[in-house]
Design a protein around this ligand. Structure first.
Ligand code: UD1
Ligand code: CA
Length: 457
């Protein structure tokens, strides 16, 4: 009996080409830093390769693109950054990361950072093809319009060559199986194949795509893995950026709905890559989720609400027209009503802020009632200060709470108060001009003016 060696998981190195100039974006921001689903295209790409188990990430940036390098390190702490000082082609760009290649990995994947919709499963399929014996794996798609793309030339399901559009014959140009550009190579032979690539083509560039023919000349196996065209969409201008965003949004909505979220009009709900919405939560039309938002189970998000960096627990009701800003922390069963803005504030379980309020830099206890038009005055032009509202407190409508200030548990604040001093628990505080009344005053006024009215213009 032969004892089988337990095969360890192959190690993976991804080289992410982020050196693109992106001139067609007409932007001072480098192309790969433009956002899709609330994070840069580069971050989307890095997340996909990391999710496919590539443990080493090498990012190739253009000269002077320090901001791209910074983003790479920010989203993937271990990412190594290399600079391609001259733009001499995709293979040349990969070789800018030679130091990473030299340390070796079982699998090498080359990715373009302007392909933000690529999915981890596609990289996994490419890695499986390597594990099954291929030395070079190209990613192919059926193009609706193949013009401009490199063509995958196949024979009996084998990948024979990749021909750039410019270098292709009429017959080759008539084929529609195109090269997405992303490629996987067996790490043992990758460097020697890359070093063999020459620049003898229409563009005088070092084409990564030549890796296929070089591998075959050495008797190595080459294969195609296919992906839907939508997934390999490259972004070159802002029209394509919006098209990529639309696909990303559709995916996020579908994922949420499949996980048990109801969306009345999903096409009007905008989410981020990290938006979390719990089961049985209902999202009404026209809701926007910026980065860092979590909504618990069984809540209702009413129409036209806007969220960023906010956490809402379960069984809550938010909106319509609510704005939850960073640090909003809404507990179970809370009601946040229309035209309410919350920032850096904890609202305790069962409390209600139902109408037209601003609650910022505050802590509100459980079962408190914040009346319509309540404002926490948290900023004096220099510093921010906190407001604390105890459990079961009742803040009358149109009150201004001038921070720093504490309203004790169970206390009442009379409507229209300007509260500048702490209020004891269970007390009543009223801070407004006292009402007075003069009987008959209005009638006397009218009488004294009789016959003296000015004509209205
Ligand atoms: C490339 C493929 C082509 C494929 C197409 C898919 C090659 C030779 N061709 O062509 O088969 O159909 O993508 O969109 O690979 N880059 C660098 N440094 C360079 C050159 C390119 O970093 O010197 C980066 C670019 O920023 C971009 C990517 O590599 O992210 C692809 O380069 P690009 O010039 O757009 O290649 P295509 O001609 O579109
Ligand atoms: Ca391109």
């Amino acid at each position: 009996m032969t004892s089988e060696q337990p095969r360890s998981t192959p190690s993976g190195l991804a080289i992410i080409l982020a050196a693109g100039e992106g001139t067609r974006m007409k932007s001072t921001t480098p192309k790969v830093l433009h956002k899709v689903a609330g994070r840069s295209m580069l971050a989307n790409t890095l997340a996909a390769v990391a999710a496919a188990g590539m443990e080493r990430l090498a990012v190739v940036v253009g000269p002077g693109h320090e901001d791209v390098a910074k983003e790479a390190r920010a989203v993937a702490a271990g990412a190594e950054v290399f600079v391609q000082s001259e733009r001499l082609g995709t293979a040349h760009a990969v070789l800018a990361a030679r130091a990473a290649l030299e340390t070796g990995a079982d699998h090498l994947i080359v990715v373009f950072a302007d392909t933000p919709l690529i999915q981890p499963g596609t990289f996994r399929a490419m890695r499986e093809a390597l594990a099954a014996g291929a030395a070079v794996v190209a990613l192919g798609f059926e193009a609706r319009d193949a013009a401009g793309y490199g063509r995958l030339l196949t024979k009996n399901d084998e990948l024979v060559a990749i021909r750039e559009h410019r270098d292709a014959s009429e017959a080759e140009r008539a084929t529609t199986l195109c090269n997405a550009g992303l490629m996987a190579l067996d790490g043992r032979v990758a460097l020697s194949i890359l070093d063999a690539i020459a620049s003898n083509n229409a563009q005088k560039e070092f084409y990564l795509t030549d890796a296929v023919e070089i591998a075959r000349a050495r008797g190595l196996a080459t294969r195609v893995v296919r992906a839907p065209e939508e997934e390999v969409m490259g972004v070159n201008d802002r029209v394509q950026l919006a098209a990529a965003e639309a696909v990303a949004q559709r995916r996020l909505r579908e994922k949420a709905m499949r996980a048990g979220v109801t969306m009345t009009a999903p096409e009007t709900v905008f989410m981020c890559h990290d938006t979390i919405v719990g089961r049985d939560t209902v999202i009404e039309p026209h809701v926007f989720f910026g980065p860092g938002v979590t909504i618990g189970e069984g809540s209702v998000v009413k129409a036209f609400s806007h969220f960023e960096g906010a956490v809402v627990a379960g069984d809550a009701s938010v909106g319509p027209f609510a704005r939850l800003r960073p640090g909003a922390d809404i507990a179970t069963g809370v009601k946040i009503g229309n035209f309410v803005e919350i920032k850096s504030a904890r609202i305790g379980a069962g409390s209600a802020v139902s109408h037209l309020s601003y609650i910022g830099d505050s802590t509100v206890g459980v079962k408190a009632n914040i009346g319509a038009g309540t404002i926490t005055c948290n900023y004096d032009g220099f510093n921010k200060a906190r407001t604390e509202i105890g459990d079961g407190a009742f803040i009358g409508s149109n009150s201004a709470l001038v921070a720093p200030v504490k309203i004790g548990a169970g206390a009442y604040v009379g409507s229209g108060s300007v509260i500048t001093k702490d209020v004891e628990p269970d007390a009543l505080a009223v801070g407004r001009a006292r009402q007075f009344e003069k009987a008959g005053w209005a009638a006397a006024l009218r009488k004294s003016r009789e016959g003296k009215e000015k004509k209205r213009p």
